[in-house]
Design a protein around this ligand. Structure first.
Ligand SMILES: C[S@@+](CC[C@H](N)C(=O)[O-])C[C@H]1O[C@@H](n2cnc3c(N)ncnc32)[C@H](O)[C@@H]1O
Length: 270
């Protein structure tokens, strides 16, 4: 695996999501955004991430949350990446289809989990997945990489169509504070411009748990903005969780005990 890659090199390698510029609604400034996961080096590094440090807080409470809200075992993992979240669901007994827009990530997911079901969905086209059949659609960190309210809305509607009458959509997303603090798994101190970012703006963050030092470019999206787009998509917010680190956990917490890095939204169709 290649590990010595510079920031400048990374910028040069970014490709536009789905090969096109992603634009937000007409009254907003258009945001041109590249999915930085369409990259073999990133995929190799991302595949080494597990559930430790700050990521522990994203997954720690998910078994209990799913046990409380989800009946049935048929799931789609939207933005499965290299399959970490898909394998997590499989271990909980879910029958999961992992889908992703990035070929390099899907290739790694299949390599790591040859018996899993991983599918490439070019251009976010989810029409090949059967409607009305899922007990659960999980999107773990995927919405951090989706630019603009219009695209978020379209994708939320598409995901809602996959749910059965009692199905739940669970989103694990980055809270805005993740981009302005230091963490066990992330650093943002080189990006002071994140402090002024508003909902919909690009922000940068470095994952310190893996070997790729290049920043990940995400889209900041506030809780208020998420609630608006959920309403527009006719998704009911059942519950929101903001897991905090605990002093007795075996990790060197930095900000995690005081500030929650992630939000978990549990949504149901109308
Ligand atoms: C931060 S990774 C998370 C991967 C995985 N869920 C995990 O927990 O490790 C986000 C993934 O979402 C994918 N993604 C971004 N936009 C997408 C879209 N519109 N449709 C499908 N996947 C998308 C990216 O390619 C990337 O693999």
């Amino acid at each position: 695996m290649r590990v010595h890659v510079t920031d400048a090199e990374c910028d040069g390698q970014y490709t536009l999501a789905g090969g096109r510029a992603v634009e937000s609604s007409p009254e907003e400034e258009p945001v041109t955004f590249a999915n930085c996961y369409e990259d073999g080096t990133r995929a190799d590094a991302y595949a080494t991430l597990e559930f430790k440090n700050t990521y522990h807080l994203a997954f720690r409470d998910i078994p209990a949350i799913l046990a409380e809200h989800v009946r049935g075992r048929k799931a789609v993992d939207f933005g499965c990446g290299t399959g970490r979240s898909t394998r997590f669901l499989r271990q909980l007994g879910f029958e999961v289809t992992g889908v992703d827009i990035a070929e390099d990530m899907i290739r790694k997911a299949r390599e790591l989990d040859p018996s899993g079901d991983y599918r490439l969905v070019p251009g976010d086209d989810l029409s090949a997945l059967p409607a009305g059949t899922c007990d659960l659609v999980l999107a773990a960190f995927t919405f951090d990489n989706i630019a603009g309210g219009d695209i978020k809305l379209r994708i939320l509607r598409d995901l809602a169509r996959l749910l059965n009458w009692d199905g739940k959509l669970v989103l694990i997303v980055s809270r805005p504070e993740i981009y302005t603090h230091e963490w066990a798994s992330f650093s943002t101190k080189n990006f002071p411009e994140n402090q002024a970012a508003k909902s919909g703006d690009k922000v940068r963050i470095i994952v310190t748990d893996h070997a790729d030092p290049r920043p990940v470019e995400d889209i900041l999206w506030t809780d208020e903005a998420y609630r608006e787009v959920f309403q527009e998509a006719h998704l009911g917010l059942q519950q929101k969780y903001e897991p905090l680190g605990r002093e007795d956990e075996p990790y060197r917490w930095v900000s995690e005990v005081e500030i929650a890095p992630w939000a978990v939204y549990v949504l149901e169709g109308a």
